[in-house]
Design a protein around this ligand. Structure first.
Ligand code: HEC
Ligand code: HEC
Ligand code: HEC
Ligand code: HEC
Length: 431
């Protein structure tokens, strides 16, 4: 009897103890969840990331890492063609770009990109020649832009660079991608909403995984300004491939500038990272930008989505090895294999276009040249440079879509050679 009583008390104590331990463990395991569920009172136009940071300190800490700028040496330990460096110029790395962009701001200054927290600073310090494009340059640089577009309406696009830039106090921040009330991902840039509608996609029906790429597609895309209204627009109506965009621009008779030596009406491509990624092996497998660029990381004792937008080669364990069985080193070699091939083809295309410009310029100065054939050479130059620039302006050196990258650069080389042939023919042809 006594023994039974003791057993009962001991068992009860053990059970109570286990429940207590279990509760503590359960509490800590779900702490992450509990924290995310509290919906704080962040104003609907709150562009200051520090205000959001009060409620999401770990995300804010992770976001602050975007201030880290590697030296070339640090970066070379893990990567080859990307990285954030102080004032790294494309024009030093690729001297032929000066000739390709002659007559346009990009021949004066064209730097490698840096982290999101530098966006306002970097655009403010760019050469005034490039700021001539006006207010529009600021559109993908600050979380304050959507409210400024609301404030000025369509006039926003017609305003001067400084009229908008002087008002900016915060770079790319939380409000760009999150709804402050629900913390859900959302699209804050009107141009993307309109572009999605132009291809028959309802932005409200985008899946969570699609949103994990679409938030990036607000800015990492090709765009242009409509001639009269200067309205920022994505040329997607015929499709997202470079051939389809070229057709779109040709139909509008659109060009960004006239090349002073060749007399060609040219297009400038702007970072089509999203468009190149669509149709890639990874995209087809359902992978999103965030999977590689915003992996889950441990901050303290909690797992969060990393908000350090940088080269995934810096943290391949979190970015790649969640899906891949190869070692980080093997996978890194695969990335370099693609990038080395792309790099070589990109330079081959660039230098062939440089020759095409020289040949067209020579023909243009030749007395009695066949103007009709010379114009055909210019059209081919326009095409060649468009294809080349697509790959020069995307940021992964071909990794985001290796097959499409080599197709695009193949087109560039082909068009450039045909331009050279036509330019020569224009000098010898019957008139
Ligand atoms: C499968 C993984 C993966 C996906 C998905 C992915 N990227 Fe990348 N991204 C990379 C790798 C690898 C690099 C090359 C980094 C390097 O060379 O240091 C890169 C490079 C970049 C860079 C240049 C980084 C730098 O250091 O200059 C940008 C910008 C970028 N990606 C944006 C995007 C966007 C936007 C998307 C979605 C449309 C996307 N990426 C999808 C893996 C990925
Ligand atoms: C460029 C877009 C972008 C910006 C800017 C951004 N986020 Fe996020 N954020 C994301 C994405 C993508 C996810 C993953 C959402 C998902 O998987 O549904 C995320 C997830 C989150 C989550 C959910 C919990 C988690 O870890 O997945 C929180 C909280 C969060 N972000 C806070 C912030 C804060 C605070 C800022 C500003 C300091 C910020 N975010 C800026 C894109 C962004
Ligand atoms: C509001 C516009 C905007 C959004 C949204 C945005 N980016 Fe960017 N991103 C930029 C700009 C602008 C830069 C270049 C900043 C500079 O050089 O000062 C950049 C640079 C980068 C870089 C290069 C950083 C480096 O170290 O060189 C990466 C990587 C990147 N973005 C990835 C992403 C991913 C992934 C997403 C979506 C989750 C995203 N970005 C969403 C505008 C944006
Ligand atoms: C969410 C899952 C996922 C992530 C994250 C991911 N991959 Fe992949 N990757 C795949 C799938 C699925 C395929 C296609 C099937 C295959 O070849 O294994 C693939 C294919 C590849 C290929 C061969 C095809 C090609 O495009 O060349 C390479 C190389 C590759 N991944 C590298 C990387 C690197 C580097 C990273 C990190 C920066 C990464 N992957 C991140 C799922 C992923």
């Amino acid at each position: 009897m006594r023994d039974k009583k003791t057993l009962f008390i001991v068992t009860s104590v053990v059970i109570v103890f286990l429940i207590a331990v279990g509760s503590v463990v359960f509490y800590y395991q779900n702490k992450e969840l509990a924290e995310e569920v509290i919906l704080p009172a962040i104003g609907e136009d709150e562009a200051d990331p520090a205000v959001w940071g009060k409620y999401y300190p770990r995300h804010y800490d992770s976001y602050q890492k975007n201030l880290i700028v590697d030296t070339v040496e640090e970066y070379s330990k893990y990567g080859k063609y990307g990285g954030a460096f102080e004032k790294e110029s494309h024009l030093d790395r690729y001297p032929y770009m000066k000739n390709l962009f002659a007559g346009y701001g990009f021949s004066v200054e064209y730097n490698e990109d840096r982290g999101h927290l530098y966006s306002v600073e970097d655009v403010r310090n760019i050469t005034p020649v490039r700021q001539k494009a006006g207010a529009v340059c600021n559109t993908c640089k600050s979380a304050q832009i959507p409210s400024l577009i609301d404030k000025y309406g369509e006039d926003y696009y017609l305003m001067g660079f400084e009229e908008i830039n002087d008002q900016l106090t915060h770079p790319i921040a939380c409000l760009d991608c999150h709804d402050p009330k629900t913390m859900e991902l959302r699209i804050s840039r009107p141009a993307l909403l309109e572009a999605l509608k132009s291809i028959g996609k309802d932005p409200d029906k985008a899946t969570r995984q699609e949103m994990r790429s679409l938030v990036c597609a607000q800015c990492h895309v090709e765009y242009y300004m409509q001639p009269e209204t200067k309205k920022l627009t994505f040329p997607w109506a015929k499709g997202l491939k470079p051939d389809e965009m070229l057709e779109y621009y040709d139909n509008l008779n659109f060009s960004d500038w006239l090349h002073p030596d060749s007399g060609t009406s040219l297009l400038k491509a702007q970072h089509p990272d999203y468009e190149l990624f669509v149709n890639s092996t990874h995209y087809a497998a359902g992978v999103s930008c965030a999977d590689c660029h915003m992996p889950y990381v441990k901050e303290g004792n909690v797992k969060i989505t990393s908000h350090w937008w940088t080269s995934p080669l810096k943290h391949m364990e979190q970015s790649c090895l969640v899906c891949h069985r190869e070692s980080a080193e093997e996978l890194r070699d695969r990335v370099f294999y693609t990038q080395d091939r792309t790099y070589e083809m990109k330079n081959l295309a660039g230098t062939t276009i440089e020759k095409a410009i020289q040949e067209i310029a020579k023909s243009a100065q030749t007395a009695g040249v066949n103007e009709e054939i010379l114009d055909q050479a210019r059209t081919l130059h326009r095409q060649a440079q468009w294809y080349w620039d697509w790959m020069a302006a995307e940021n992964s050196m071909g990794f985001h879509n290796p097959q499409e990258s080599l197709y695009i650069l193949g087109k560039a080389v082909d068009c450039a050679h045909k331009a050279i042939e036509k330019a020569q023919e224009a000098r010898t042809a019957e008139r």
